[in-house]
Design a protein around this ligand. Sequence first.
Ligand code: KG4
Ligand code: ZN
Length: 363
Amino acid sequence: MGQLTILGLESSCDDTAAAVVRGVPGDARVLSSVVQGQADLHAAFGGVVPEIAARAHAERLDECVKQALTQANTALSDVDAIAVTAGPGLIGGVLSGVMCAKGLSAGSGKPLIGVNHLAGHALTPRLTDGIAFPYLMLLVSGGHCQFLLVRGHDDFSRLGGTIDDAPGEAFDKTARLLGLPQPGGPSVQAEATRGDPKRFRFPRPLLDRPGCDLSFSGLKTALLRARDELITDKGGLTEQDRADLCASFQAAVVDVLAEKTARALAIYLAESPAQPVLAVAGGVAANTAIRARLETVSAGNGTRFLAPPLALCTDNAAMIAYAGLERFAAGETDDMTLVARPRWPLDNSRPALLGSGKKGAKA
Ligand code: KG4
Ligand code: ZN
């Protein structure tokens, strides 16, 4: 098969993105990856406002595409296909992307490929490191938390996922409760380095139950209660109280993720993969304490731990272009009937996860 050049578009949450990827399945490179965040537009609202996001995507996609093509030193006439996130996500944003991609496809005559956003994340280890199937993927971000056994570009088994909040949401909420800046993950992590992780015994939700499902909303409530007790008893929080709360919260998240990862690994390793790999994606994968523990769990199970560069772990369009490349190479394309889907589970054999986070459906 010859080299394929794919243009990708992503607009399912609060990042408007376009990228060009070239290669073949398992051996491709990113020629350009443009991401325009919208944090400034939503900052005052404490979460992503779907209408504002959709409007910004509609206004910015054209420019992102132009930049991505220019930076890749290529033209629309040179690409083999146009891939676009068709879900899951905030429906207005997904629609903006799908409409833009349909326009580009109609105007250029290039094939259109709808991509599942979660498949984009899940296939990233093949883009960055050419990892062979099957591998285990942990998606941890502000909108997602699930374990996926990836057997093929269109073959995913969800071994478990959050039944309520995503961990990133819990970090962001913790920061808000303690008056720390957003996004909460980095600020909580920074506080935690100065704190005592054993001072508060926060719950480890669902550890007493079998399986790989996770839960983070109870942890958030426990933190709120501990904070309020300190305020009632002492009239406020000291710097040390705050650091200890962060450290104790983070320790609970780390313990839960480590134990559930060990269980997911056991299921995956039962399939005897030749070169076992655990890969992570999502903004929470930036957390050094989480990374370190997952690395330990992997090493203890003879499994390679892989964390792609952060720019490809968080939302971007290179992963969408690459997932589109895999679909295109397999002879799969869409047409003008492609629909935008707010919910689109990767694994249809499992019931949909509950809840819908501040960043949209968790699928
Ligand atoms: O993947 P991402 O950029 O966006 C989506 O959620 O789609 O992830 C953002 C999330 C935020 O909730 C942020 O607080 C969290 O990732 N995050 C972290 C860290 N850096 C970012 N959480 C924990 N520790 C970090 N160092
Ligand atoms: Zn995402």
